[in-house]
Design a protein. Structure first.
Length: 77
C-alpha cells in the first residue's frame, strides 16, 4: 500500500461523509416544506422565493429582463 492509497481512501471517506450529510440536510428541508404545506403555505411559491433569494442578483435581473422582453414580443404585457 502506498501513501497515495491512504490519501485516496481518506478522500473517498470524506466524500461519503459529506454525501450522507447532504442527504440528511435534504431530508430536513423536505420536512420543513411539509410543515409549511401543513400550515397552508404553497410550497411551489416558497421554493420560488428561496431560489430567488439564493440567486445571483445580477443574473436574476438579466433573466427577468429577458423574460419581460419575450413577453412583450408575444403581446403579453
Amino acid at each position: 500500500m502506498t501513501p497515495g492509497d491512504n490519501q485516496l481512501k481518506s478522500i473517498v471517506a470524506r466524500i461519503n461523509a459529506l454525501e450522507d450529510e447532504k442527504k440528511e440536510r435534504a431530508d430536513d428541508i423536505r420536512d420543513v416544506y411539509a410543515e409549511a404545506k401543513g400550515n397552508g403555505f404553497d410550497t411551489k411559491a416558497l421554493k420560488s422565493i428561496v431560489r430567488r433569494q439564493r440567486a445571483d442578483a445580477k443574473k436574476l435581473a438579466e433573466h427577468e429582463a429577458l423574460v419581460e422582453t419575450y413577453m412583450a414580443a408575444m403581446g403579453m404585457l
